[in-house]
Design a protein around this ligand. Structure first.
Ligand code: PFF
Length: 456
């Protein structure tokens, strides 16, 4: 499994094989249900273009500096999330930041694999042309009957976890990288095709305006929190993913350009998804603020009325599944890399043990849509709690810790050394200065302010 020797002089750790491989793996992690399921409904709930503009500002002013900080920590230490902190700060107090990231990935993956499982079921439904059988109300009850059932979604969730497990067992280069290299281009092509179809519908104009013409009156304090949480979620930040993937990246790679390309690919994909979904939603006179059911209720309804909608439905759910899988493998890899390193486990054992834990937690999430819907913690079901705690608490905490660590503990000199590959790349001084400022001041202050606003 370990054919990493030609890329690293390192102790037989797995690693990526090519620059393109790294980029598609990173972009694969970033592009996921966050773009196809979360982004459209958040845009809908927060009033469209104004939300998108705030989101974009956060991606580049806060997201990029965090991503680069994680890259610095991961590549310099060549360790998994917890080991990375411990190696770079041997006084031992920082390990908890890594542990937090592991917990965060476990929580995300628990509900993520449930939604991924819904994607599997909906792909089957698309193949059976099930969506043509009813109106919006029928599709809505079809979704809630399915999601609240005590066995069907569990089977799908299990399948989704197994698929992710198989890819991760194959390793970083032979599993994650190879899968992403093939699937990411396919994913982009499918979504661009669907966007073109959607943009050419009569009545699409209103949807485009909704996406690109800001209505500032819809903005509240919550909009900022949602936008920041979404920037973190979509770029996979604060969860140790970039630390872990970064630890498989060779010292010759340009991490500034890799981070920029990843952020751009993710944002581009979110916009393509927006263009695929919103114009169609408006063309059919549906309200975009439908919430989490947008993709599983509203879209099937639209597919059922479009010419060739059956084919588009199939393509859409293939895309959704591919997007979900290239992200779930990255979440799984964070946990697996940690287990291999900390407990000296074999990759295969680590994957299987992790899957067992995730399966149990995922079942709880899934059942919380049905029989366990009365189990409420802080007024939230298990599913909503995991989503909220990971995206709006742990990822923010993880991001805050990593910028403090990189900016204040490691400092400007080490950051510069990593960005420039020890001087081999010419990185302009103004760039390092600006970035240090964003890492040391703007990112931490913004995270704290927005988090505090949420509690008051
Ligand atoms: N970025 C993924 C998405 O948008 O769906 C979700 C995600 C993947 C979050 C990996 C965190 C992570 F480590």
């Amino acid at each position: 499994m370990n054919d990493a020797s030609n890329h690293h002089t390192h102790t037989g750790r797995d690693s990526f094989g090519s620059s393109f491989g790294i980029l598609v793996a990173l972009a694969g992690s970033a592009v996921g249900l966050g773009n196809l399921w979360r982004f459209p409904y958040l845009v809908g709930e927060n009033g469209g273009a104004a939300f998108i503009l705030i989101y974009l500002a956060f991606v580049f002013l806060i997201g990029m500096p965090i991503m680069l900080s994680e890259f610095v920590v991961g590549r310099r230490s060549q360790s998994s999330a917890r080991g990375a902190y411990q190696k770079l700060a041997p006084d031992g107090k920082w390990g908890f930041a890594g542990s937090l990231a592991i917990v965060c990935c476990i929580l995300i993956l628990s509900f993520y694999s449930v939604v991924g499982g819904w994607g599997i079921e909906y792909l089957f439904k698309a193949f059976r042309f099930d969506f043509t059988k009813g109106d919006q109300a029928a599709l809505s009850s079809m979704f809630s009957t399915f999601a609240s059932s005590s066995w069907q979604p569990l089977i799908c969730h299990t399948l989704f976890l197994l698929a992710s497990g198989i890819i991760v067992i194959l390793g970083v280069k032979n599993g994650i990288e190879r899968f992403s290299k093939v699937m990411m281009p396919v994913l982009f092509v499918i979504m661009i095709g669907i966007a073109i179809r959607s943009l050419t519908l009569p009545g699409a104009r209103e949807g485009i305006e909704y996406l690109f013409k800001p209505d500032w009156s819809a903005v509240t304090a919550d909009t900022f929190l949602d936008a920041l949480g979404q920037a973190f979620f979509s770029l996979s930040l604060g969860s140790g993913m970039v630390i872990t993937y970064g630890s498989y990246v060779s010292r010759k790679e340009n991490i500034v350009s890799l981070s920029a390309k990843t952020a751009i690919a993710d944002t581009l994909f979110a916009m393509i998804a927006g263009c695929a979904i919103m114009p169609a939603v408006f063309a059919f006179g549906i309200s975009p603020g439908e919430g989490p059911g947008l993709v599983f209720i509203t879209l099937p309804h639209i597919f059922s009325q479009l010419p060739f909608g059956g084919v588009i439905a199939i393509l859409f759910f293939v895309a959704l599944l591919l997007a979900a899988l290239t992200s779930s493998i990255s979440l799984l890899e964070v946990i697996v890399a940690f287990s291999i390193e900390e407990f000296k486990m074999k990759r295969r054992t680590a994957v299987m043990l992790t899957l067992v834990v995730l399966w149990v937690l995922g079942c709880l999430c899934s059942l919380s849509q049905g029989v366990l819907s009365d189990w409420k913690f802080f007024g939230k079901t298990v599913f909503d709690l995991f989503d909220f705690v990971s995206a709006n608490v742990l990822m923010l905490a993880g991001g805050l810790l990593v910028v403090i660590f990189a900016g204040w503990k490691l400092g400007r000199k080490i950051i510069h050394d990593e960005l420039s590959n020890s001087g081999a790349l010419k990185i302009p001084v103004w760039f390092v200065d600006t970035l240090s400022f964003l890492i040391r001041f703007l990112a931490p202050v913004a995270i704290i302010v927005i988090a505090v606003f949420q509690w008051i």
